[in-house]
Ligand binder design. Sequence first.
Ligand SMILES: N[C@@H](CCC(=O)N[C@@H](CS)C(=O)NCC(=O)O)C(=O)O
Length: 234
Amino acid sequence: MSDLNAFPIAQKWPAQHPERLQLYSLPTPNGVKVSIMLEETGLAYEPHLVSFDRNDQMSPEFLSLNPNNKIPAIIDPNGPDGKPLPLFESGAILLYLAEKTGKFIPPDAAGRYETIQWLMFQMGGIGPMFGQVGFFHKFAGKDYEDKRPRDRYIGESKRLLAVLEQRLQGRNWIMGEQYTIADIAIFPWVRNLVGFYAAGELVEFDSFPNVKRVLDAFVARPAVAKGLEIPKRN
Ligand SMILES: N[C@@H](CCC(=O)N[C@@H](CS)C(=O)NCC(=O)O)C(=O)O
């Protein structure tokens, strides 16, 4: 309890269960990666809502945990050597939780690095490119007359979907039989692109049947359905 209280963020978002992993998030495509992972692993955790409507991510308490003012972030009171571990960046958090629990990452070194490779593909490619489609197609950028930026990100997103399509040919998940953190990182973004961003037609989503098949399998998982709603929005 006293360890967690040493973190300024715990003053703004007090822990009811300080022995549990603390999640500071919002159900966005980056946020739900971590809530889905936590639901999948069965780890005990306490979610806290970081409201963008209130600009919570810019508060000094949040910035003390993530100076980059982005959700998700966590504090694991029971981190390495039994000490609290604060962490931001969803990819780093997924990797940490996979290694902590020994779940959703292959145990062998080659499989582990291959999974990390696809995790990085999401972090460096899918997230940033699909996110820009959101900006230029759904949010403030949609009113720009010049459609070149939108088309650039649509083109890149289609290219990335084609890479995924090829990878998923003959595979159940990104890593084949095993469902991993690579799937947990990638599919919330695919879901968002065709759902919330309504960019399915623009990216010709129908031409990626394997991506669609795996997306359907992903959202059918009970832990995914739960994680997508955590933390509850006000
Ligand atoms: N690379 C970061 C990106 C996180 C990110 O972009 N989070 C968005 C929500 S999806 C955010 O917090 N935006 C708030 C802001 O920019 O003020 C990660 O994967 O954790």
